[in-house]
Write a protein that binds this ligand. Structure first.
Ligand SMILES: [Ca+2]
Ligand SMILES: [Ca+2]
Length: 482
């Protein structure tokens, strides 16, 4: 008790002294300034003094919520591990006075060298305090009423701006947190710019906002642990990528690494249309389109989705043509959204079927009825029909030369030449003989003449098939023939 009395006298004596700053500011501070501890765990904080000259003794109060942070008398030490107190640098004795004031939430501390010795200069530990966080929460501790004395019992001015610390007591926790990704690029993407990942973590004890995360892309290095819920990758190269992430709770428990693999693909798929060839002319309304792409590619023919073979990438689809030119767009789309399109043009020519009856003005062309100016008639066993009807039905060009009374019928590569009243005909310059020649029939109702031609000869010369039903006297012309 004698020693403590000396100390108190020292303190009282020095109150009136107040010195200005020396070359280097003497500082008293608590380490660490921020600490997270698990409830029930014994941890410590330390008080240091730096840049001091001729230090002989020190006194201060530790302001600490003692009902939350438990400190025992035996927890308060003037040294720790192998680190000696600055005041014992020269192996001289010191005295440590400590008084825990539960009601006032403070611990009174006095430390002094003993006897007629000089002070100590330099930096070092002055006190180490062990504690247990008994209640969960965030607690402030600070040093108050700080007095530093030199060997002449003069007060040493001191910077105490860092003489405080924050202790966060978290619940006891042995279970690691878990993570789930809330935003990822699709498993296959054609985006080479950065993509974003977002995630959420959860834990039995640590609040989500206090979880720490570390992540990496591919074989990169793990990021520092941080409180963030998103990551924007750098620009990506084509190929496979792996995003890895793990979470850590306040107790330091680490989650399993969560892995997300994805692929950047900017190469459009291959596409080949095997049949039909573009430019093909067909007579059938329904055709089969066959093609080949890569496996696992979706194919669209116009707007219809086609299933492709998983192994070979081959596909086929029945396609209904419109009469005339059909531009058919075939598109292959890979999972990343890259597209390859090919267009084929198919000409669908409908087969024409004409039905005529001898003596009947009505004729049926496919499903349409037309009225002839002149009914078909038989002369010398040959059926004759108006030239104009032939021209219109087959879509042939008909030329007429008045002087020679010459008729020219042209359809594609066929060229037929006939003359009114002549039994000679030319088909692509090849000479034919007609039983009955073309003639002009006067029709009083229209006040003029109409040229008639032998139906079978003209039809067959144009490439049509002519069938005759003698019972019903019906002629069926099919063009082109089967
Ligand atoms: Ca946990
Ligand atoms: Ca691709």
């Amino acid at each position: 008790m004698k020693k403590s009395l000396i100390l108190i006298i020292l303190i009282l004596l020095s109150i009136s002294f107040n010195y200005g700053f020396k070359n280097q500011t003497t500082k008293i501070y608590i380490e660490p300034q921020n600490m997270t501890v698990i409830s029930g765990e014994i941890k410590s904080f330390d008080i240091f003094i730096s840049n001091v000259s001729d230090l002989y003794g020190v006194a201060f109060d530790i302001s600490i919520p003692l009902s939350q942070i438990k400190v025992l008398d035996s927890y308060i030490n003037h040294s720790k591990d192998n680190e000696k107190n600055i005041l014992t640098k020269d192996n001289k004795d010191i005295v440590l006075l400590k008084s825990i004031k539960e009601n006032e939430n403070k611990i009174i501390i006095g430390i002094s060298r003993i006897g007629q010795v000089s002070g100590i200069s330099g930096s070092g530990l002055i006190l180490s305090v062990q504690f247990t966080g008994s209640n969960v929460g965030v607690f402030d501790i600070s040093l108050q009423n700080i007095y530093l004395f030199d060997s002449k019992m003069k007060q040493i001015s001191v910077d105490s701006s860092s003489a405080n610390s924050k202790i966060t007591v978290v619940p006891q926790d042995t279970l690691p947190p878990s993570i789930k990704l809330t935003k990822t690029p699709p498993p296959e993407t054609n985006q080479t710019l950065s993509v974003e990942f977002q995630w959420e973590g959860s834990d039995d004890k640590t609040l989500p906002e206090n979880l720490l995360y570390s992540y990496k892309l591919d074989d990169g290095i793990w990021s520092d642990w941080k409180k963030t819920n998103k990551y924007l990758t750098p620009n990506l190269k084509e190929g496979d990528h792996i995003f890895s992430i793990k979470a850590k709770d306040e107790a330091g428990n680490e989650s399993q690494t969560l892995i997300y693999t994805f692929k950047v693909d900017i190469t459009p798929p291959s596409l080949e249309i095997l049949s039909p060839l573009s430019g093909t002319e067909v007579l059938e309304k329904i055709i089969e389109i066959k093609g080949k792409t890569e496996p696992n590619i979706s194919v669209k023919v116009k707007d219809t989705l086609v299933t492709t073979d998983e192994q070979t990438g081959e596909f086929k689809i029945s396609y209904t043509l419109n009469e005339g030119t059909n531009d058919i767009l075939v598109t292959a789309i890979d999972k990343a959204g890259n597209e390859t399109s090919k267009k084929i043009t198919i000409l669908y020519k409908r087969r024409t079927i004409i039905r005529l009856q001898i003596g009947n003005l009505m004729a049926v062309i496919n499903d349409k009825t037309v009225i002839l100016e002149l009914a078909p008639f038989i002369e010398s066993g040959r059926t004759l029909v108006p030239l104009r009807f032939v021209a219109e039905t087959f879509g042939a060009n008909v030329g007429w030369e008045d002087k020679e009374q010459k008729i020219t019928i042209t359809l594609e590569d066929k060229n037929i030449v006939l003359w009114v009243g002549k039994k000679e005909a030319l088909v692509n310059d090849e000479r034919y003989y007609l039983e009955v020649p073309p003639k002009v029939i006067e029709i009083p109702e229209i006040g003029g003449g109409r040229t008639v031609v032998p139906l079978r000869f003209v039809s067959e010369a144009l490439g049509a098939q002519v069938d005759w039903d003698p019972d019903l006297q019906i002629i069926t012309i099919t063009y082109p023939k089967y």
